[in-house]
Write a protein that binds this ligand. Sequence first.
Ligand code: HAM
Length: 405
Amino acid sequence: MSNIQSLRGMKDILNSESELFTYFIKHASQIAQNHGYSYIETPILEETALFKRSVGESSDIVNKEMYQFIDKGENDVCLRPEGTAGVVRSFIQNKLDRAGGTHRYYYYGSMFRYERPQKGRLRQFHQFGCESFGVDSIYEDANVIIMIKQILDFCGIKFKLQLNSLGCKECMPPYREKLVQHLNNIRTELCEDCNRRIETNPIRVLDCKNEKCKTLLVDAPKITHNLCENCDTNFEKLKTILTANGIEFEIDTNLVRGLDYYTQTAFEFVSDEIGAQSAIAGGGRYDRLVEFLGGRATPAVGFAIGIERIWELIKMKANQNEHYYFGALDESCMDKLFEVASNKRLSTQCSVEYTPRGFNKHFKQAEKINATHVAIMGEDELKNSTIYVKNLLSKEEKTISIKDL
Ligand code: HAM
């Protein structure tokens, strides 16, 4: 009988990867808390209708990628493909839309999309996300972008920020009409997907990855040239705030996002270091979603970072979290070494090898567990109350007094 394996596109997270995961969550959570966000956890399983109504029936996520099934109680349910819809459902269900004021939540956890797995694209993946409710100021949009920058900066990740405005209920419908007129003129030359989208969600045509379509769409009307006064003022103000805060961006008028709930600000953070699946975070404003799902109209803005996409990129930095490996060269040193390591543990992660062994074997073991420092005690060190320490990152090595460790 063959061993049972995890499903395609689904991974275990253990050892150094789980360390990395908790490291990332800890620091991203701290940054979110510093910005006034509190933790929210919503169920992984929700009614399918929630995602149909929020993410949108015409989106690829709802159309092709949902893990949807009928449960034993005949309910049509699905594993969440993203986090925003569940948080909005909870916001309304807990009557926070009626309470007024500002409510900011962060979350992290598994999301499920039945996509074709490849590097950086899984069927079960993890997001860290933030959702802010009740603030319609454009400063809040700038602030969520600044938060992502702070999280990525902390992880030492370089990125490009792509920005667009998708207008509002005043300026989007006339723009959509203009776009459809243009698309109808070039319809026969556009791909099959684009033709389907002209009927279901014409804005998504702008997002087509087909090279021929991209060329044909160069002359399509741009949303940013068709914004109403309020949306235009907000978009200009956002650009000014970001520039004043040292955040570079590119305007991408074809950035429409794969989820239907956005209004005004839409953005994506991309990295050119991780291959084809380059989007590491995405988000924007969704002022109509709370009302659309049955709540009292509430402005909202948020984002989600794809944790697996930045996995490799944070690995380097995560390793810099101090982790001492302690080893003895001789049995006679074990008691002292054990005592020294226990004290060091008050401030730093430490691993102790209980079996005395040679220098090189200790180093091999330390590398295996991703330690940043190796601390070794032999008979000489024991006699002099010293310990040999090597920093594996800087390669610096010295023998120091135990009390200075
Ligand atoms: P999204 O752009 O669909 O937005 O996903 C956010 C991030 O999740 C992406 O930038 C990417 O890094 C990661 N991601 C998406 N699909 C996969 C996959 N199959 N495998 C690995 N990583 C993936 C949202 O989900 C919105 N809820 C973001 C948001 C929050 N907007 C407002 N608030």
